[in-house]
Design a binder for this molecule. Sequence first.
Ligand code: PHB
Length: 389
Amino acid sequence: MNKRHFLGTLAAAVLASSAGSAFAQDNTFKIGLILPMTGPFASTGKQVEAAVKLYMAQNGDTVAGKKVQVILKDDTSAPDVTKRLAQELVVNDKVNVLAGFGLTPLALACAPIATQSKTPLVVMAAATSSITEASPYIIRTSFTLPQAAVGIADWAPKNGIKKVVSLVADYGPGLDAEKYFRERFTFNGGVVVEALRVPMRNPDFSPFLQKVRDDKPDALFAFVPSGEGAALMKQFIERGMDKAGIKLIGTGDITDDDQLNGMGDATIGVVTAHHYSASHNSALNKKFVDAFGKANNGLRPNFMAVGGYDGMHVIYEAAKTTQGGRGDALLAAMKGQVFESPRGPMFIDAQTRDVVHNIYIRKVEKVNGQLWNQEFDVIKDVKDPGKVK
Ligand code: PHB
């Protein structure tokens, strides 16, 4: 379908929707859930899908008298596929909301579709600051890299880390992590002596880590997307970085709960900043982690899962408020929601449509034979620094 034809079809679908008749008798509330279920980022898809299912198991599959139907599509983490799937979900399935989005380019590819069709789009996983600015119909329940990067940049210089090399995946969230870490760390008196960027997919870290060894910093600050943390850790240890006295710090993506137990004891002591740890100490989180494990063969939920779970909460609450609505009314009901998440208190800023939450400083520790990101400090109610102008 060419672009003009698509826009025409889309306009017709939107017209039908505003005329009301096509949907008035429709007794379903449809969620088009697009995730990478195969390929290198399949762990994100699996985590988010499991969380969506858990939310529905706990909260029922009807809202405002309508049956909730989740239509799950695998985009294989290819943006052109994500875009095609979003078009089909809007035009053919007439979904009330689009959700999921495992990586920044996948979310950005769908922003024009959300805008043109006035379909709210809930980003449950991707985390580049600018995503919410790509369409006024985008709401985010994941996090932003600047939120996490600034947290660790405040902690490090107070804890003897003055000279750092940064290493990030070379695309949106990595560039955010690099920039916001460097700005805050430098402001706090630290120095970033080298900024390294690795390919987003299947990176070989070894040549980069060799450079880090030669630079002899106090620490390496790293961001890699969920799914790649274990490979980074393995090569960090193989290169003898820890033995050379170089510490590892980063955003919590590198000590991802999905992989942490498999990374081994060399991770003990790694300090990161993030919005979610599976060991977050609250009754709600204990219940979430427990139920998630029971339903998924012992799998531990990671920060992607919590983004999916909270995304479902935002969607369900907005569906209740609007009697299973769509478009601008549904979007308005998503803005400004305040609730308790397994991560802690959480709020959708009505102005920016982005998530405001606590950022925790955590250290990997072994507790009862398992590795956990143990939270030991908190920065409360952090807005995305990428939007605080
Ligand atoms: C992203 O592509 O926005 C992304 C993916 C994985 C992460 C963080 C950000 O862990």
